[in-house]
Structures are given as structure tokens and as C-alpha cells.
Design a protein. Structure first.
Length: 223
């Protein structure tokens, strides 16, 4: 009599929200450590948005109206998104040729979960992560995990890619009041400084949208 042995194979995937430290996120890149370098020189030059730009003016006007009618309370995720939306919409419109998806479910062999926002353009993606409970550090951690997932997917699609051919993969973490940018290049993650917005100030808004557009434009120029 032939004996039959049943083997159960389980695949353990973790949710983005369950990754709570830089150390855990870096492990997805097969790296050790509990911090990442901060260096603005790793990022594209911000796009110079001209005075009177219709998209910028509309975003600022919307933010000021929100400030009057929908105060930004501490820790209110739904309210923060009302403020984040005009920033991302203006960025996509100024860059042109960019699509924006919201609350998109994502999964691969290691991780899964909803992505707050995804910029899509020229076959590339930028994940935008909202820092929950006004904690931008939590957004940074989850964004690193998302960058790792994108990098893994790319390598699966282009199995013979060499390190010199790897394109930069960008991410954004925000609470609306604070914004920071991340880039994964040659297997290493670098973070920008944290940029703030105070009272829907036009110069603050212009600076952050300009940085987003700069990243989008740099990616649109790649094959």
C-alpha cells in the first residue's frame, strides 16, 4: 500500500499597516538597520510653478476654504484626506499625463494592503502614504515597505535587470501638514527633509507641489 503524505504549504504575507518600524521595513529589502539617511540631493529639482498658475491657485483656494469650514483636528484621517486631495490633484494636472488612483488594494508575495494614493505615469508608479494619527514617521515606514514591493515586482518582470539599469523608485509620506519624499535606488532608501504647510500658505503649497511635479516629470522622461 502506497502511503500518501499531505504537505501544507503556507505563505505568510504581512499587511502594510502591521509594519511599524524602519527595521521591519528594511528587512523587506534584505537590509539591516533601524534608520535611513536624509539627503535632499537625491531628489529631482523642484518644478518652478509660475505665479498665476491656475492649478496652484485652485489648490490654495480650496485649502483655505477647507480651513474655514472643516478644521483639521488632530488624528482625523478622513479630514486630512480632504486637504491632501487638492495637493495631489494639482500636482497631477500640472505634470500632465498622470493618473491618480485612490485606496487601491495591492499585494505581492510578501505584503498586501490598501495604498492611500497611487500616481501612475509612463508605466511607473509613486505610492503616497498618509501618516496615520498625524504621525508622519508611520507613513514613512509603510512607504518604505511599499517601495520594496514595487522594486520586487519590477525585478520579477525584468529578471535580467542589472544594478546599473535600475530606475529610481519614489514615494511620498504625508499628514498634509508635513510632507517627506523617499527614493529607492540601487537597493538603498533615502529620505528628504520634512516640509511643512502652515495655514494653507501659498509659498508652502507651491514648494511641495513643485517637488511632487519635479519627481513626476523626471519619471516621465524615462523609457
Amino acid at each position: 500500500t502506497n502511503a500518501t503524505t499531505k504537505v501544507n504549504v503556507s505563505v505568510t504575507r504581512v499587511g502594510f499597516s502591521s509594519i511599524t518600524s524602519v527595521k521591519e521595513a528594511l528587512q523587506l529589502l534584505n537590509q539591516e538597520g533601524d534608520s535611513i539617511p536624509i539627503d535632499d540631493t537625491f531628489f529631482p529639482t523642484p518644478f518652478d510653478i509660475a505665479e498665476g498658475n491656475e492649478e496652484l491657485d485652485h489648490a490654495v483656494t480650496t485649502l483655505k476654504k477647507l480651513k474655514e469650514v472643516v478644521p483639521l483636528p488632530h488624528g482625523c484621517e478622513a479630514t486630512r484626506r480632504l486637504y491632501i486631495d487638492p495637493m495631489l490633484l494639482a500636482s497631477a494636472r500640472i505634470a500632465g499625463g498622470v493618473l491618480l488612483e485612490v485606496e487601491k488594494e495591492y499585494e505581492n508575495k510578501d505584503v498586501h494592503g490598501p495604498i492611500d494614493y497611487i500616481f501612475k505615469y509612463n508605466g511607473q508608479t509613486i505610492f503616497v502614504t498618509e501618516g496615520k494619527k498625524d504621525q508622519i514617521d508611520r507613513g514613512v515606514v509603510q512607504n518604505i515597505a511599499q517601495l520594496a514591493a514595487v522594486a520586487d515586482d519590477r525585478k520579477r518582470k525584468i529578471a535580467d535587470i542589472s544594478a546599473s539599469e535600475e530606475k529610481s523608485i519614489y514615494g511620498i509620506a504625508t499628514t498634509y501638514l508635513n510632507w517627506t519624499f523617499l527614493v529607492l535606488k540601487d537597493g538603498h532608501v533615502t529620505q528628504s527633509c520634512i516640509y511643512g504647510i502652515k495655514d494653507a500658505d501659498k509659498d508652502d503649497v507651491r514648494g511641495i507641489i513643485g517637488r511632487i511635479v519635479g519627481i513626476l516629470n523626471s519619471g516621465k522622461g524615462e523609457d
